[in-house]
Design a protein around this ligand. Structure first.
Ligand SMILES: [Zn+2]
Length: 186
């Protein structure tokens, strides 16, 4: 029985590592290519956004995937002036990372780059935004506050995945539960 347990643990660890590498670390460039090539939507559920947070040494990367409905209130292709304006404004709002999240000051994080875009496919749209920050005290990140819910009032829920050097965790966040405590994660 002991052997069996040991064997199962080994399988789990290797499974975890594969996953970990492919999605977040060594294979980073490859992953990027895949993403640009794809540029298509996975099935999303209106009301539920995704946030992936990944650490690479003293860099922290935030990537949001948000149903158009949650950001601008519609997912048809914007044609009316009013709708086109809403999409433009949303992308402007997304390009300011403090509208989406705040990291505690002690970590001394500074933005290196960001980009935001809308992907349109059939009857669905998704906003994607990515922020790369470098932190001179990355191990002092203790708290990440999500401002997304306040910024976009149609938003309801965010599924968060964090992969750091030390941990891999998931969270479900809501407007009344919008702080991730991450002491000793980075
Ligand atoms: Zn949709």
């Amino acid at each position: 029985m002991k052997y069996l347990v040991f064997f199962l643990v080994l399988i789990n660890i290797s499974g975890y590592c594969d996953n970990h590498d492919n999605h977040h670390h060594e294979d980073h460039d490859h992953h990027h290519e895949d993403e640009t090539k794809k540029k298509s939507l996975k099935a999303h559920q209106h009301g539920i956004g995704i946030l992936n947070i990944a650490q690479q040494n003293n860099t922290i990367i935030f990537e949001f995937e948000l149903p158009g409905y949650d950001v601008v209130g519609f997912e048809y292709k914007a044609r009316k002036k009013e709708d086109v304006k809403k999409v433009k404004q949303a992308i402007n709002t997304l390009s300011e990372y403090n509208n989406m999240f705040v990291i505690n000051d002690e970590a001394k994080c500074k933005e290196k780059s960001n980009n935001s875009d809308i992907i349109i496919e059939g009857n669905h749209t998704e906003f994607r935004s990515k922020y790369i920050l470098t932190c001179s005290n990355i191990s002092n990140i203790t708290k990440i506050k999500i401002n997304y819910f306040e910024t976009f009032s149609n938003s309801k829920k965010l599924n968060v995945n964090i992969v750091s050097k030390k941990i891999a965790k998931t969270y479900k966040l809501f407007s009344d539960n919008n702080i991730i405590k991450v002491k000793n994660y980075f």
